[in-house]
Design a protein around this ligand. Sequence first.
Ligand code: TYD
Length: 214
Amino acid sequence: MGTFITLEGPDGSGKTTQAHLLVGWLRERGLPVVQTREPGGSDIGDQIRGILHDSANAGMMARTEFLLYSASRAQHVEELILPALEENQIVISDRYADSSIAYQGYGRGLDLETIMSVTDFATQGVEPDLTLYFDIAAGEGLQRRLLSGEAWNRMDAEALAFHQRVRRGYRELAQAAPSRWLVIDANRPVEDVQRDVRGAVDQRLKADGRYAAV
Ligand code: TYD
């Protein structure tokens, strides 16, 4: 099996920039990497992403939202993630199932046990080997997003209290499973954050016996 690494964090935490830098670094070292993201990661997933992000869909119910993220994830796992892991690749995903626990569970207040069991069904039990969590105060992340000029999606438009609950969710998840999660202070220069990212990934790949094959 390959190595499955996910990046999580609030909107505007800089994780997408970090994902690109990480992937570039791994490729330079000749390692086989598949870079992907959620929602999306497949043609069908990208179509679902369009529905989820459309600001015109303000009337979307929390259950609908969760099931759409899960549907996108089910396709992503079966079409892309599992085959890549079976080919011994390193899969780097910008967001994965923990986003649903943080946003739909803690943020929207859907029942956590239900979320976990639907997620288990959607993912066929595929869990990341390492999750890098980019931690930043909720208000600061939104501010960065605003300054970057990137389009706002339905989630960005949520109230600050929602984003605070999401952050609490992530921190609780990280605390509950410290062997999988690394909490990274994202309120620092890009290079400093990337140094921590590479350190953690390096350690994980060494533990997986990756370097012997290179
Ligand atoms: P995206 O444009 O990818 O933004 P980001 O750069 O912040 O990742 O938007 C993804 C949005 O979808 C983000 O606001 C978080 C949300 N989301 C969920 O609410 N639940 C999920 O399961 C996933 C994967 C994403």
